[in-house]
Design a protein around this ligand. Structure first.
Ligand code: HEM
Length: 485
């Protein structure tokens, strides 16, 4: 009995201490509008249910935040997040908070200290080196790979000509995997012809377990997750993917040590370039960087390309404009797009930008304050999560006007873009920790889309319902039909 009384008293003391330590958080929370927060569990219930339900809840939450002035709070259990849809506040968050939020820890077993999840100190040192290998001039040398793989894609799509609706994403994602593997690590995987390998199965399994865990509150604590069969499955699949990249890194390092930096041998993959840099990475660090690049670069670009096809299939007049532009550049030639060709595709670029606004594939960005941060209506203490919701900002009527829900690439004409706040449009995030692959992404998407659109006329009805699984996916796939031009 005495033990229970003692435990109860200790718990009360701890609770009082806990509340006192977190007083600044409660004061901040009190000062912000209440957007459906319940006692104790806060907003945790908004993040329960399937990926479609969770997305709907987040959309609803975003409109409550918008209605209450563009800034509010979300409590997930004991963790407070500040949510802002105001471009000024978002700019401050993305410029000042370079630390990723604690939910990115689910990726850490897989991506280690790769750029995507690295703690700030390590990230600063590594980002500087990676920026030098992601230089536009280096990336521009990969246009031949983009063109070659785009041609394979066009060939593979032939099996769908004049057939019923099909999901184009699986074709695009195989093409993007081939491109990303060849440019990041020099591996010709030929996924377009062999889409079912143990490595790819393992990679997909890890992605779906992490995606599921992110929005299942009860699976978030490691102690509970480790009790589920998913924990073992995740470990086995991560080991398999690591084994693959470790082997590539080992081979590349051996070659590098044998031949030394081969300055004039033409196009080199990103891994070779990293091996040449003065900053010496360990094999494990190289694996983390390469895995981060291939993961961050594949599904994002594949999704945007697939959404663009879907939207062009629904908006024939926009498709005809892109076709006229591409036809004007290539005529009847089937040559691969060069960098000069890609520079001329202004309308296609606007279509891609509008696609990334309309369907923002990275819907949420989570950061953490490292020191006190003054926002428009409140001051956030250090160590608090900040959630930026690009997908909600990209559909905000306050920013985009009453027709925010219609597809209009001309929003990205230079004069219209110049009038907008720099943080009103952030598909690649913003600030020093923005997407390092945005130039790569933009030119690869242009090249692949130009190849598909000069060969096929696309039709589709609508995208339908959406869901969130780390990225934004349509529930029923990217369904289109194609006919030969
Ligand atoms: C349409 C294509 C893409 C989109 C929409 C996109 C979007 C983003 C966003 C929003 C972030 C910040 C995420 C966060 O802070 O949570 C990010 C980071 C990153 N992206 Fe991309 N990305 C794309 C393509 C690529 C490509 C092609 C690559 C590489 C080949 C790449 C590599 C990375 C890496 C390594 C990071 C982490 C950067 C850092 O923390 O310093 N991305 N991307």
């Amino acid at each position: 009995m005495f033990i229970f009384v003692l435990l109860f008293l200790l718990s009360c003391v701890y609770y009082v201490y806990f509340r006192r330590m977190r007083k600044p958080l409660y004061e901040l929370s009190e000062s912000l509008p209440n957007t459906g927060c319940l006692p104790i569990i806060g907003h945790t219930h908004w993040f329960l249910g399937g990926p479609e339900k969770v997305l709907k809840n987040i959309q609803q939450l975003a409109s409550l935040v918008e209605d209450s002035g563009g800034i509010s709070k979300v409590w997930i259990g004991p963790s407070l997040y500040i949510v802002s849809l105001n471009p000024d506040d978002v700019q401050k968050i993305l410029e000042n908070c370079l630390q990723k939020d604690s939910s990115y820890r689910f990726l850490q077993n897989w991506l280690g200290n790769g750029l995507f999840v690295a703690p700030v100190d390590l990230w600063k040192a590594h980002r500087r080196v990676l920026l030098s290998v992601f230089h536009n001039k280096i990336i521009d040398e990969y246009v031949d790979v983009f063109g070659e793989q785009g041609e394979v894609l066009v060939e593979r799509l032939k099996e769908q000509i004049n057939k019923p609706e099909f999901d184009v994403y699986k074709y695009i994602t195989s093409c993007m995997l081939d491109i990303v593997f060849e440019t990041a690590m020099g591996e010709k995987m030929d996924v377009q012809h062999n889409p079912d390998t143990p490595y790819l199965r393992a990679r997909n399994a890890v992605m779906s377990i992490i995606g599921m865990r992110l929005f299942k509150a009860w699976m978030q604590p490691d102690v509970l997750f480790n009790l589920t069969p998913y924990s073992k499955q995740q470990k086995e699949n991560i080991d398999l993917t690591h084994k693959f990249t470790d082997e590539v890194v080992r081979k590349k390092r051996m070659l590098h040590e044998k031949n030394g930096p081969e300055k004039n041998l033409g196009r080199r993959d990103l891994l070779q370039l990293l091996l040449d840099r003065e900053t010496k990475f360990t094999d494990e660090e190289l694996r983390d960087q390469v895995d981060s690049i291939t993961i961050a670069g594949n599904d994002t670009t594949a999704l945007v390309i697939s959404y663009a096809l879907l939207l062009l299939g629904c908006h024939q007049e926009e498709q005809e404009k892109v076709y006229a532009e591409v036809k004007g550049i290539f005529g009847d030639s089937s040559r691969h797009p060069t960098k000069a060709d890609l520079n001329k595709m202004d309308h296609l670029e606007r279509v891609i930008k509008e696609t990334m606004r309309f369907y923002t594939v990275v819907p949420i960005i989570g950061r953490q304050t490292q020191k006190e941060l003054k926002l428009s209506t409140c001051t956030v203490p250090a160590g608090v999560g900040c959630a930026v919701l690009p997908f909600a900002m990209h559909r905000s009527k306050r920013i985009w006007g009453p027709d925010a829900d219609s597809f209009n690439p001309d929003r990205f004409l230079p004069e219209a873009s110049a009038k907008r706040h720099p943080c009103s449009y952030i598909p690649f995030s913003y600030g020093a920790r923005n997407c390092i692959g945005r130039h790569f992404g933009m030119i690869v998407m242009k090249s692949v889309l130009a190849n598909v659109l000069r060969n096929y006329k696309i039709t589709s009805s609508s995208c339908g319902r959406l869901k969130i699984e780390i990225l934004l996916f349509p529930v029923s796939g990217h369904m289109i039909t194609i006919e030969k031009r």
